[in-house]
Design a protein around this ligand. Structure first.
Ligand code: SAM
Length: 301
């Protein structure tokens, strides 16, 4: 029978396997996997480095390391992730929240002089954006929509875990189709990857739901629809925030201008220096700076 390994040996073995699997943060990921299986905090592994690992735990660690080496995202293997200080459960039914979207949340918080009374989160996925904003704004109420019922069920569970479920209504909707009324703020991180790019994308991307990623031939299908339809659901003076692809800034600006319903159109960069966010404010009909065409469009919409 094989000799049982200590926690320290198990860590070393897992890191080596992940390194051979060409994973950049092999040691860190090994720590997360071993800590997950042993149900310890990561820092506790070092205190227990000489303890023996059971055969069952070793088998589980080995299985997770093998799946990770085949390209399965770590967040799906561990079943959770952290987003803007919130712990979220994750399954392959939902998109893995990205650091850029935490930046979007930061941008929204920084640019909102007053918390909005109500806001709409389009394509909520795991609930990441809604939950982070609900925690930051304890008096705001939120409508979070997704076309995926599985995503909505998980988002609701995550909202409960983070103590904000009573202020978020989860609704199945194809973008605005089931939405009525107006909001002070609309946010969306829609699918914006070009279909053609998805075919040759890194292997990890293939584990995420295609509906969360595929933005059509130019990656702009969902963005264009949301931009077109949002003026009808934004209160004058309310803001629209979008996450966009790094090469989509000028097209998104054009799409926003084309509605004749927005002012203060801005494209913002992420920490890596890529264009990543769009912000626009729903024009007020009485805005004297508006041209007559814009004034008419605002009144008609
Ligand atoms: C890129 S993910 C963003 C998830 C989450 N907001 C985040 O930032 O982590 C896009 C989300 O849009 C949803 N979605 C795709 N098409 C949709 C549609 N037609 N109507 C509503 N939601 C849609 C997907 O199910 C997915 O959850």
């Amino acid at each position: 029978m094989a000799r049982r390994r200590t926690v320290g040996e198990e860590l070393h073995w897992a890191a080596e396997q992940l390194r051979q699997g060409s994973l950049e943060s092999a040691r860190y990921e090994a720590e997360l996997i071993v800590a997950h299986v042993l149900q310890r905090a990561r820092h506790e592994l070092y205190i227990s480095a000489h303890e023996l690992v059971t055969t069952a735990d070793h088998a589980q660690i080995q299985a997770l390391v093998e799946r990770r080496c085949r390209g399965e995202p770590l967040q799906y293997l561990l079943g959770d992730t952290e987003f803007h200080g919130c712990y979220l459960r994750l399954t392959p039914a939902v998109f893995i929240p990205r650091p850029e979207t935490e930046e979007l949340v930061e941008l929204i918080l920084a640019r909102s002089s007053n918390p909005p009374a109500n806001l709409l989160d389009l394509g909520t996925g795991s609930g990441a954006i809604s939950i982070a904003l609900a925690r930051a704004w304890p008096k705001s109420s939120i409508v979070a929509v997704d076309i995926s019922s599985e995503a909505l069920a998980l988002a609701r569970e995550n909202a409960m875990r983070n103590g904000v479920a009573e202020r978020i209504s989860f609704l199945r909707s194809d973008w605005f189709s089931a939405i009525s009324g107006e909001f002070d703020l609309i946010v969306a991180n829609p699918p914006y990857v070009r279909t053609e790019y998805l075919e040759r994308a890194p292997r990890e991307l293939h584990y995420e739901p295609r509906i969360a990623l595929d933005g059509g031939p130019e990656g702009l299908d969902a963005l264009a629809q949301i931009i077109r339809e949002s003026p009808r659901h934004l209160r004058p003076g309310g803001a629209l925030y979008l996450e966009i692809g790094s090469d989509q800034g000028s097209r998104v600006r054009e799409l926003l201008k084309h509605t004749h319903a927005f002012t203060e159109i801005e494209i913002g960069k992420d920490l890596a220096g890529h264009e990543r966010f769009a912000r626009a404010v729903r024009a007020r009909a009485e805005d004297v700076s508006l041209g007559t065409g814009l004034r008419a469009a605002v009144c008609d919409s």
